[in-house]
Design a protein around this ligand. Structure first.
Ligand code: NAD
Ligand code: ZN
Ligand code: ZN
Length: 389
């Protein structure tokens, strides 16, 4: 089959590789009808995520048709149309039973490696580093889905791929980011990053009843899309972020702040962002936490910082004094996708939201490698790329 494989920094190729097959009785094999490039894939593309190997199949946002089912899988049958969450979950461990799916205790087959790096392991993830199990991903014609009697979400035929595909990652990710803010009707929610995750965080914060939603970025098309979603926009190339946030909140700052940027924050007008660039370049810091710092300064005392943006290792110069003395709450995590999918699918069916708004590019799998660059560099108005294998 054809699949997008990682061959090193900025080197993704469309290769011919062996077809996947059932390896465990709970597995299923899915024929991919649509898949997408996620901001998290950029950390692999840019070479910032350790634990990648030559030939690893990329992709953790995908959906399609079940074409083979293991003998112990009672949930799926051949022909089912499913969206597959990026987190692989067992459904039985202590964490899964509490709904903490992204830290499933059983699905990372390289759990020891992860525990060495982080103290504990999280769930296995599709198309990601070997620290999360090195499972073949969904930028491919076919995927083996482990624990397929738990994770996959069956979707009705009347909805298009474009409407449901993002249930596997960025829609629940934006949603969880907003839910973690415990939004009250008087709250201002400020969101750093108007990428796909930021876009869904905006719409989620609006649905959850925030008084005001503000988004910070510098990509014009993304700011325009954010405005359509109900956000007030701040362009960090043209405006002082902290000053503008104060102006918009009666001098007090937003009660809730969401980091939808993560470890690859761009250089802004502020000195600390240049410092991160320099330190990361000489490998003295693995992550660029500029947004985290800015949120700590911007957030109103007793407020909440919600961090869906991915961090991979160690970050420098975090203003702990401000974080602690202002009494801020920090909530983080890879998304517990299956915790939200039933509710979000119903919202799509009720036409409360149509997630396809975020798609700007639809291409073949063969054109995928070039689209990683287009997406990373935000060229050609690119916000979200869907590929059709
Ligand atoms: N927690 C999860 O489960 C989960 C799931 C999906 C994605 N993510 C993470 O969410 C983050 C965003 O993903 P995405 O797909 O939207 O990626 P993206 O790279 O398309 O979007 C990031 C946006 O942040 C903007 N940005 C960069 N520096 C900034 C700064 N200093 N201030 C404000 N904005 C800035 C960029 O211009 C860009 O528009 C990534 O870190 C990704 O890994 C996490
Ligand atoms: Zn993702
Ligand atoms: Zn589990």
């Amino acid at each position: 089959m054809r699949a997008l494989c990682w061959h090193g920094k900025k080197d993704i190729r469309c290769d011919t590789v062996p077809d996947p097959r059932i390896e465990d009785p709970r597995d299923a094999v899915v024929k991919v009808s649509s898949c997408a490039i996620c901001g998290s894939d950029l950390h692999l593309y840019d070479g910032f995520m350790p634990g990648m190997e030559h030939g690893d199949i990329m992709g953790h946002e995908f959906m399609g048709e079940v074409v083979e089912v293991g003998s112990a899988n009672k949930k799926l049958k051949v022909g089912d149309r499913v969206v597959v969450p990026f987190t692989i979950v067992c459904g039985e461990c202590d964490q899964c039973r509490r709904g903490n799916f992204s830290v499933c205790e059983r699905t990372n087959r390289n759990a020891e490696m992860a525990a060495k790096a982080f103290g504990h392991s999280g769930a296995g993830l599709f198309g990601y580093t070997h620290l999360t199990g090195g499972f073949a991903g969904g930028h491919a014609e076919y995927v083996r889905v482990p624990f397929a009697d738990v994770g996959p979400v069956k979707v009705p035929d009347e909805l298009t791929d474009e409407q449901v595909l993002f249930l596997g990652d960025i829609f629940p990710t934006g949603w969880q980011a907003a839910v973690q803010c415990d939004i009250e009707p008087t709250d201002t929610v400020a969101i750093w990053g108007a990428g796909p995750v930021g876009q869904f965080a905006i719409r989620s914060a609006v649905i959850l009843g925030a008084a005001q939603v503000i988004v910070i970025d510098h990509v014009i098309e993304r700011l325009a899309m954010a405005k359509l979603g109900g956000a007030i926009t701040i362009n960090f190339d043209e405006e002082d972020v902290l000053e503008r946030l104060k102006e918009l909140t009666g001098g007090k700052g937003p009660q809730k702040c969401i980091d939808a940027v993560g470890m690859e924050a761009h250089v802004t007008r502020s000195f600390d962002s240049m410092y991160d660039r320099a330190k990361q370049a000489v490998m003295l810091e693995s992550d660029r936490p500029h947004v985290l710092r800015e949120m700590i300064y911007a957030c109103r005392p007793a407020g909440t910082l919600s961090v869906p943006g991915v961090y991979g290792g160690f970050a420098d110069k975090i203003p702990l004094g401000a974080l602690m003395n202002k009494g801020l709450t920090v909530r983080t995590g890879q998304t517990h996708v299956n915790r939200w999918t039933d509710d979000l699918l119903e919202r799509i069916q009720r036409r409360e939201i149509d997630p396809s708004f975020v798609i700007t590019h639809t291409v073949s799998l063969e054109d995928g490698p070039a689209m990683f660059k287009t997406f990373r560099d935000k060229e050609d108005g690119c916000v979200k790329v869907v590929m059709k294998p």
